[in-house]
Ligand binder design. Structure first.
Ligand SMILES: Nc1ncnc2c1ncn2[C@@H]1O[C@H](COP(=O)(O)OP(=O)(O)OP(=O)(O)O)[C@@H](O)[C@H]1O
Length: 222
C-alpha cells in the first residue's frame, strides 16, 4: 500500500481572543493516501477551514508537522518556508472553494490552460478536461457568462488539469442547489478516483461527507 500523500502529526492551532489563546485544533494527527478521500466535518467554528488553510500553508500552526508529497513543514520553519509552500500550491495542491475562483478576464478554457501552465502540466488537452466535467460547450465563454454549477465544474477542470497530488476542497458544492451539487460531486469523486489523488473535503453536508472514504469530526477538537 502506498504511503500517505498527506501526513499530519500533532497539529495544534489557536487564535488569540481577548488576550487569551483559544485552541481550535489540538494535537491532531491524520494521514491520506493516494486515491483516498477524507471528509472534515464539524459544527460551525470547529476549525474546518482553519485545518484546510494549514494544509496548504496559508496559516502557520502553533505546533506539529505537516508533510505533503514528501515535503515536511515544522512550526519552526526556516526562511524558505513560504517559498516551499508556494511551490507546493503551484505544482501539487489543488484548492477548490465554495465559489469558483476563476479569472474573470479569461475564458473557461484559458483559465484551465493558465492553471495547467503554472503547474508545469500544459498538455494541449485542456478542452478535454472541460468536456469530461460537462462544460466543453462552454469552453470559450467567460466566467460571467456561465451558471454557478458550470463555473464550479470549470474550477474542478482547472484543478485536475494541474495533475495535483492533493486536492483541498472547502464546501465545494455549498453554493449550488441539491441537484447541481450532486452532479458536481459525482464529477469530483469520479475524477479523484481515476487520477488517484488524495482529497480532503470540508463540508457541513453529511450526504456529501458520507461519500468520502473516511470522516474526521472536529466538533470538540479544540
Ligand atoms: N484569523 C482568525 N483570527 C481569530 N480567530 C479566527 C481566525 N480564523 C478563524 N478563527 C476562529 O477559529 C474558529 C474556527 O474557524 P473556522 O473558520 O476554521 O471554522 P469552520 O469549522 O470552518 O466554520 P464554518 O463551518 O462556519 O465555516 C472560529 O471560532 C473562528 O472564529
Amino acid at each position: 500500500m502506498p504511503g500517505p500523500i498527506l501526513a499530519v502529526e500533532r497539529l495544534s492551532k489557536g487564535f488569540k481572543s481577548g488576550g487569551q489563546l483559544v485552541p481550535v485544533l489540538r494535537s491532531l494527527s491524520l494521514g491520506v493516501r493516494p486515491g483516498e478521500s477524507l471528509a472534515v466535518v464539524g459544527r460551525s467554528g470547529s476549525g474546518k477551514s482553519t485545518l484546510l488553510n494549514l494544509l496548504c500553508g496559508l496559516q502557520t500552526p502553533d505546533d506539529g508537522i505537516i508533510t505533503v508529497a514528501g515535503e515536511s513543514f515544522h512550526r519552526s520553519g526556516n526562511t524558505s518556508f513560504e517559498a516551499r509552500w508556494a511551490e507546493l500550491r503551484r505544482r501539487s495542491i489543488g484548492v477548490v472553494f465554495q465559489e469558483a475562483n476563476l479569472m474573470p478576464a479569461l475564458s473557461l478554457m484559458d483559465n484551465v490552460r493558465l492553471r495547467a501552465h503554472l503547474a508545469g502540466h500544459l498538455s494541449g488537452n485542456e478542452r478535454g478536461w472541460l468536456e469530461r466535467l460537462g462544460v466543453g460547450a462552454e469552453a470559450d465563454r467567460y466566467p460571467d457568462q456561465v451558471s454557478g454549477g458550470q463555473a464550479q465544474r470549470a474550477a474542478l477542470a482547472m484543478v485536475f488539469a494541474m495533475s495535483p497530488a492533493l486536492i483541498l476542497a472547502d464546501e465545494p458544492t455549498g453554493s449550488l442547489d441539491r441537484h447541481t451539487a450532486d452532479a458536481v460531486a459525482d464529477c469530483l469523486f469520479a475524477m479523484q478516483r481515476e487520477t488517484a489523488c488524495a482529497l480532503v473535503l470540508a463540508t457541513h453536508d453529511t450526504e456529501l461527507a458520507s461519500r468520502c472514504d473516511h470522516m474526521l469530526d472536529l466538533s470538540g477538537a479544540g
